[in-house]
Design a protein around this ligand. Structure first.
Ligand code: NDP
Length: 307
């Protein structure tokens, strides 16, 4: 185990995200001086799903810790789609609000597509609006979904230029896999997207210099599939039974068999402590970026990768 432990470099997303959050807080302070602007994020929660409430609270804490304004809108589960649309329109028009985040999932009677399309694309800090999706796909400046943006930052911090590298993204969701592939392509990787219908996944993964695992399947990717030295970004968050911790106990694992991968990979993100903390830090980055663009102020240099 000691020999194994010496192989891969651990990509410490927690530390990187803390540094990023400090940098955002500095830039927020500077923005107040140069533009008399305080970035504001409105977070909308519909219903009382406990997990969603925890996510929302941690986002709000991060926003206020960075010196930004946080506006919470908690609506009852039976809120109508029209009532939610009215709120979105009100937030679109609110000059103090630079970012709008509607916590997903929404109750079944509300169509998330309709709600996302109602958000002003300039305030779409989740990067889910079709305008931002299209702008990312066509290489124009966009607000980019936070999780893939965080993965890109970790990859660049570890590898520098990504140009010419073979990248495999496992998972093709709209919030992680597809924007991740677009970002890697935009940074000149040769990109393969794998999904549940992909044939011979081990071979596909085995040719990658960069593997981004976002399938939501515990330990799907085995260490011996990896090309030696590959850089592995594990987005997956899976809760599995942990009888070694006591009866009924659970633990979080990624989509990659961490111990196996540690022996082969050049570098790997842990779960927890890898991509997860980067997602919230990138929400702060996107809110700051949105505020700068709305007020036509220069964006802080080097804070976010060029897109
Ligand atoms: P989705 O369920 O929306 O998408 C999963 C994708 O993985 C699908 O494209 C699916 O393929 C593919 N897939 C599923 N099983 C396999 C398989 N056996 N082989 C190859 N591909 C497979 O998930 P998300 O993208 O929303 O999330 C992915 C994971 O990332 C989850 O564990 C989630 O919790 C985590 N996550 C973590 C975040 C963080 O901050 N760290 C943020 C967001 C998500 P197909 O399209 O064919 O069905």
């Amino acid at each position: 185990m000691d020999d194994i432990a010496k192989k891969a470099t651990l990509i410490d997303g927690k530390r990187f995200s803390e540094q990023l959050r400090e940098r955002v807080a500095d830039e927020v302070g500077r923005l107040a001086t140069r533009g008399d602007v305080v970035p504001g994020l409105a977070v909308v929660l519909v219903g009382d799903d406990p997990a969603s409430r925890v996510y929302v609270q941690s986002k709000q804490r991060a926003v206020t810790a960075a010196g930004m304004r946080s506006f919470e809108h908690s609506l009852a589960a039976e809120t109508t789609q029209q009532r939610l649309l009215d709120l979105i329109h009100q937030l679109n028009a609110d000059a103090d609000v630079h970012g709008i985040l509607v916590q997903l999932p929404l109750p079944d009677h509300i169509d998330p597509g309709v709600i996302i399309e109602a958000i002003d694309p300039r305030k779409d800090v989740d990067g889910f609006h079709p305008t931002n999706v299209g702008r990312l796909g066509t290489g124009q400046g966009a607000l980019v979904p936070c999780t893939p943006l965080g993965c890109l930052m970790l990859l660049q911090a570890h590898l520098g230029s990504l140009a010419g590298r073979e990248a495999v993204v496992v998972g093709r969701s709209n919030i992680v896999g597809k924007p991740m592939a677009a970002l890697l392509l935009g940074h000149d990787c040769t990109v393969t997207m794998a999904h549940s219908r992909t044939r011979n996944l081990p071979d596909v993964v085995g040719r990658a210099d960069i593997v981004v695992a976002a399938a939501g399947r515990a330990h799907l990717i085995q260490g011996d599939w990896l090309k030696p030295g590959a850089v592995v970004i594990d987005v997956g968050i899976n809760r599995i039974a942990a009888p070694e911790r006591g009866e009924g106990k659970m633990r979080l694992v990624g989509d990659v068999d961490f111990d196996g991968a540690f022996a082969t990979a050049g570098a790997i993100t842990p779960v927890p402590g890898g991509v997860g903390p980067m997602t919230i830090a990138c929400l702060l980055v996107n809110t700051l970026t949105a505020a700068c663009r709305i007020h036509q102020l220069d964006e802080p240099e080097g804070l976010a990768p060029s897109l």
